[in-house]
Design a protein around this ligand. Structure first.
Ligand code: CP
Length: 309
């Protein structure tokens, strides 16, 4: 297989296992390229891409922009703050204006679940979901799984615990879909208030003890406590969250074999993860960031190349 089965990247749910494997083998090649002195290739020289961010981002926006530039695409960046969105312009009008300027692909982050799917139904451009509310963040899951594959080889049978605010996390949902497709065993862990009901129907184990989750897993993917979405009183205080659920060195020292530590960022140091853990020799957090560029290059390149005949 040399082409994706999808025209847009809206979520991991819509990808086949073969799509994911193709993205990984393509990313392997791009990773070699971006680590050599001449980091650019002309693959997307005639392609124009708009990065439309209606919600804040550091890693995803910069990683996409770098990936696009490494592929020689023309790039424009749009962020809703300081734009005519504040004057009441709709999402569709905003994006149709970008397309009128001959944009071919839109990378979009939006606060509303389904926003990327909505666009894909209404505009004539390739859409890549860079995070839509609490729904999906497909390129984060791809770079996470790619980083686990790099560290551990095959994901088949790998035990991955996703620890933290599962309820509000698009990263958790995309990771669950991706890891299930690749044959990993997945556990979610956090306070009961931050774990959606019936999440076990997605084929994951549920654990409320962080000690037990750490004792079970090969990889701990620690998720951020989403400060901006904590109006529901889900736990008493950040300090109490750290005491009960924080991934701390004290907890890791009680585990017999070393665990690979991951975090999609941004990190709340001293809340969901302590600094000495985030910066430890078993942390691959910055490898995740590095792999994000190669993985996104692969996604952009494959989507620009078209779907299977
Ligand atoms: N991991 C992630 O999506 O980070 P940003 O919000 O900084 O893009």
């Amino acid at each position: 297989m040399s082409a994706l089965s999808v025209k847009h990247l809206l979520g991991i749910k819509g990808l086949t296992t073969e799509d994911i494997e193709l993205i990984f083998t393509t990313a392997d090649e791009f990773k070699q390229i971006i680590n050599r002195p001449m980091k650019k290739v002309p693959s997307l020289r005639d392609v124009t891409i708009a990065n439309a961010f209606f919600e804040n981002s550091t890693r995803t926006r910069l990683s996409f922009e770098l990936a696009e530039k490494r592929l020689s695409a023309d790039v424009i960046n749009f962020s809703s703050s300081g734009s005519s969105v504040s004057k009441g312009e709709t999402l569709l009008d905003t994006v149709n204006n970008l397309i009128a300027m001959k944009v071919d692909m839109i990378v979009m982050r939006h606060q509303h679940p389904g926003a990327a799917y909505f666009l894909s139904e209404h505009v004539d451009a390739t859409i890549i979901n860079a995070g839509d509310g609490t729904h999906e963040h497909p390129t984060q899951a791809l770079l996470d799984a790619y980083s686990m594959r790099e560290k551990h080889g095959s994901l088949k049978g790998l035990k991955v615990a996703i620890i933290g605010d599962i309820l509000h996390s698009r990263v958790a949902l995309s990771n669950i879909f991706c890891l299930n497709k690749l044959g990993a065993e997945v556990m979610v862990c956090g306070p009961a208030t931050l774990i959606p009901r019936h999440i076990d129907s997605l084929g994951v184990k549920v654990e409320y003890s962080v000690e037990k989750a750490l004792a079970w897993c090969d990889v701990a993917n620690v998720l951020r406590i989403q400060m901006e979405r904590q109006q529901g009183g889900y736990f008493p205080s950040l300090r109490e969250y750290n005491i009960s659920y924080g991934v701390t060195m004290e907890r890791l020292n009680k585990v017999s074999t070393p665990i690979t530590i991951m975090h999609p960022g941004p990190i709340n140091r001293g809340v969901e993860i302590d600094s000495d853990v985030a910066d430890s020799e078993h942390s691959i957090i910055l490898d995740q960031v590095q792999n994000g560029v190669a993985t996104r290059m692969a996604v952009l390149y494959l989507l620009a190349s078209g779907t299977e005949a």
